[in-house]
Ligand binder design. Structure first.
Ligand SMILES: [Fe+2]
Length: 140
């Protein structure tokens, strides 16, 4: 399995958001590990629950920062968050329907590879550049 972890290539240069991304990726990794290590449906359900909850917290932080800083890309970025969230909810639905299958593990990995990393490297990075350009420092 491809290892899911944060590295410098995912840094957007905004410490508060980078720290949240590390925790977010850790939660995602926990889901993948729980499935692959056959830790049982309760553990997978718990890990998925933490991931969804943290996703909400993290997106709320970014969206508040975008609103507060009057970021022009706010609406577009928020749409991407909604898509990401819908994808995660689909994953949870897949799990509820079919259990912790190999296909679910693949979906989690695909999510990381195709969505999350792209989102951080493109959409979040743009917002990070905006904050740095304006000299705005986010308070944790
Ligand atoms: Fe974002």
């Amino acid at each position: 399995m491809r290892k899911i972890q944060w590295d410098e290539s995912l840094s957007i240069g905004v410490p508060l958001i980078d720290e949240q991304h590390k925790i977010w990726i850790k939660h995602l990794s926990d889901v993948a590990v729980a499935i692959e290590a056959i830790q049982g449906p309760r553990r997978v359900a718990e890990a998925l629950g933490f991931l969804l909850e943290y996703t909400g917290t993290h997106f709320a932080t970014e969206e508040k920062a975008m609103a507060d800083s009057q970021y022009e890309g706010f609406d577009e970025h928020r749409c991407k968050h909604q898509e990401l969230k819908a994808t995660l909810i689909d994953l949870e639905g897949e799990f509820k329907e079919d259990g912790a299958t190999h296909i679910l593990a693949e979906s989690v990995n695909t999510f990381m590879a195709n969505w999350l990393a792209d989102h951080i490297k493109e959409v979040d990075l743009k917002f990070g550049a905006f904050l740095r350009e304006k000299g705005i420092v986010l308070a944790g």
